[in-house]
Design a protein around this ligand. Structure first.
Ligand code: AFP
Length: 343
């Protein structure tokens, strides 16, 4: 594909069989909806978007913000003419059933990071597209069955990250033309950078392997990793994922001991599955700490899972700490702070 190629032209080239045509139509519809959502976010209070609570709660108990509801309406309207068998949305308690003979089903988070709206921070839309088999319950397959996934980042630029299973491409919205244009093709997660993202205020609630990983990073060049690390936490999954696609690193939203966080905070169908598909397609990795996220099967529409994603080497280190606690530097006195040896 040539730089600057439009997303709509790329999607036209992907039509092929009925399932690929349905995928192209769904991605095109979500992209069109995101242009309208981006406009609303850019206008903020001038368009009546305040990030204030809408009063209701979604299925997972999150207070719905005004833009959550508006984004949901825009996306549902945009998908009207797309042949889907079922929709799973963060903003809808139950699955919305469509044409059981349709070739695809779609899971999406219309507005991820909505607690950032009133602070003018980056938010996003996340989507996952799976094949539909008439007679088989939608969304009952592992994440590895996805045929497309991606997310829109409403940041300084509005950019759309997309994988159809053959690598990851990034498009940026040309606001004048209201078209997405290709800016990066075949994106690869940089193999090893010294950056990690986690909400450190939950340290006392984490399992030991997560504490071990973060403590190794905090020990920096004085510790067993023998190098200094940098930390980020934006509170917006799409922004963290976009940064990792740009400069590597690792993001962790692990399970923790708080009530309701036994499987972390992020939802499988429309957050951890699509993010895992994108990361693996970009040469990165995505794990719960104990298993590959793409091997997970969601037991319910809003089931959660831990998410540890990013540079393959970092995810592997965290998985090792989960499977072999003796790998932790704290268990090896010689590698303790001011130890005699360093790795
Ligand atoms: P909201 O959509 O409620 O703002 O949640 C955003 C999110 O699901 C994800 O985008 C962030 O990475 C994560 O929550 C932040 O969670 P904490 O507020 O617990 O740090």
């Amino acid at each position: 594909m040539d730089q600057g190629q439009t997303l709509s032209r790329f999607l036209e080239s992907q039509a092929g069989d009925p399932q690929r045509a349905a995928v192209a139509a769904a991605v095109g519809a979500i992209a069109a909806a995101s242009v309208e959502i981006s406009e609303l976010i850019g206008q903020g209070a001038l368009a009546g978007i305040t990030g204030k609570a809408h009063g209701a709660e979604n299925a997972d108990g999150d207070v719905q913000k005004d833009l959550d509801v508006k984004a949901e309406e825009i996306i549902v309207k945009a998908l009207k003419n797309v042949p889907w068998a079922a929709l799973a949305s963060e903003e809808s308690d139950k699955l919305v059933m469509g044409d059981p003979q349709a070739p695809i089903a779609i899971a999406y988070d219309p507005l991820d990071g909505s607690s950032n709206i009133d602070t003018n921070m980056t938010v996003g839309t996340i989507f996952s597209i799976i094949p539909n088999q008439p007679g088989v319950k939608p969304f009952s397959a592992p994440g590895s069955c996805q045929i497309a996934a991606g997310f829109v980042v409403y940041g300084p630029q509005t950019s759309l990250v997309l994988t159809l299973g053959n690598g990851v491409d990034i498009y940026t919205l040309d606001r004048k033309a209201k078209e997405y244009r290709l800016i990066r093709e075949g994106v690869k997660v940089p193999a090893d950078t010294a950056e990690y993202a986690i909400n450190a205020s939950n340290h006392r609630h984490w399992e030991q392997p997560v504490r071990d990983f973060v403590d190794e990073c905090l020990a920096g060049s004085d510790g067993p990793r023998a190098k200094d690390f940098n930390m980020r936490w934006i509170g917006s999954l799409v922004a963290e994922a976009y940064r990792i696609l740009t400069r590597g690193g690792v993001f962790l939203y692990p399970a923790d001991s708080r009530p309701g966080y036994g499987e972390g905070r992020l939802r499988v169908l429309y957050e951890t599955h699509p993010m895992a598909f994108v990361m693996e397609q970009a040469g990165g990795a995505a794990s719960t700490g104990r298993e590959r996220v793409l091997d997970l099967v969601a037991k319910s529409t809003h089931q959660r899972s831990p998410l540890i994603m990013g540079s393959r080497e970092k995810v592997a280190r965290i998985e090792l700490l989960h499977t072999d606690p003796s790998a932790a530097s704290r268990t090896a006195p010689l590698f303790a702070r001011r130890g005699l040896f360093r790795v």
